[in-house]
Design a protein around this ligand. Structure first.
Ligand SMILES: Nc1ncnc2c1ncn2[C@@H]1O[C@H](COP(=O)(O)OP(=O)(O)OP(=O)(O)O)[C@@H](O)[C@H]1O
Ligand SMILES: [Mg+2]
Length: 280
């Protein structure tokens, strides 16, 4: 069943991928974005983006990528899906992102080519920015050291690369162990879950972006969405997506609290919340 047609929407409002086209610039996300862009535009060495699971770190990273690509920047996004990789693997991956062919080159040759490429970009006034998502997967101290090395590169007094690391909280613990790298961190932004009023705005913003012109969720429904999701955008999306489907099945143009209650219980969010509260 296509609930978009029932609610007069042109697009899917609550997809589960971090789409910069749906970027909601509420207070929490705007603050993080502005602080990270400051690091990049002022040519600082490194910025960190941390925060709870599903609160929008990857979405912000993709937004930075999309925004900077329109300006005079060479931006690369590396998403680390596995822990425990070596510094050589890291250099190879960077080479791939920079469009270099390393084939069977030695480590020294690879490193030289990477540096030459960074210098070339700098000479043609294109600043290099490396965005590393899921950076909590950097567990090898050698990789931290490699990152530090890149941050030290300069040409005529101008830093060649700015690096933004994004990942869950324990990422910071690993960086802290490399004192020299830690000192190069010029900002740390932690992304919190949305407040109730931001979560309400977030839901309505996504609906508007999808083509809605009127009210779909009642006020009471929005309150319950917040209670079930604790303001975590990924969970808000899941609840809203299910609720719209349920609403369309029941032919309800306005999604009331009772529909959210049913969806939240089916998704077992009531149980998750109870377990969380019991733990406290
Ligand atoms: N500012 C935002 N604007 C629009 N959608 C958002 C925003 N923040 C988060 N989302 C939505 O929430 C979902 C989860 O966000 P995202 O994947 O960015 O979180 P994350 O912090 O990277 O999670 P994880 O810790 O699992 O890596 C995204 O798919 C996106 O749809
Ligand atoms: Mg993520």
């Amino acid at each position: 069943m296509n609930y978009e047609a029932f609610y007069g929407l042109k697009k899917e409002p609550f997809g589960d991928i971090p789409d910069p086209g749906f970027f909601y610039s509420g207070a929490e996300h705007t603050r993080a974005l502005v602080k990270l862009l400051h690091v990049i535009k002022k040519n600082r060495a490194m910025g960190l983006l941390t925060g709870s699971i599903g609160c929008g770190k990857t979405t912000i990273i993709r937004k930075i990528l999309a925004d900077l690509e329109e300006e005079k920047y060479s931006v690369s996004l590396m998403t680390l899906t596995q822990p425990d990789f070596s510094a050589v693997w890291f250099d190879k991956k960077l080479g791939e992102l920079f469009g270099l062919r390393f084939d069977s080159k030695s480590r020294t040759e690879m490193k030289l080519e990477l540096i030459e490429e960074l210098e070339r970009r700098q000479r043609s006034k294109r600043k290099t920015v490396i965005l590393i998502d899921e950076a909590n997967n950097i567990t090898n101290p050698e990789v931290m050291e490699e990152i530090r090395g890149f941050l030290n590169l300069e040409l005529q007094g101008y830093r060649l690369v700015t690096i933004i690391l994004s990942g869950m909280g324990d990422m910071y613990e690993k960086i802290k162990n490399n004192i020299s790298l830690r000192q190069r961190v010029s900002t740390i932004v932690s992304l919190p879950p949305l407040t109730f009023s931001s979560s309400r705005e977030y839901v309505n913003y996504r609906l508007e972006q999808a083509g809605s012109t009127g009210t779909i969720f009642s006020d009471e429904a929005l309150k319950l969405i917040y209670n079930f999701s604790s303001g975590v955008p990924r969970l808000i999306n899941v609840i809203c997506d299910n609720a719209l489907l349920e609403g369309a099945l029941l032919k309800k143009k306005i999604v009331e609290e009772s529909i959210i209650k049913r969806v939240g219980e089916e998704l077992m969010f009531d149980r998750d919340n109870k377990e969380e509260n019991d733990k406290k």
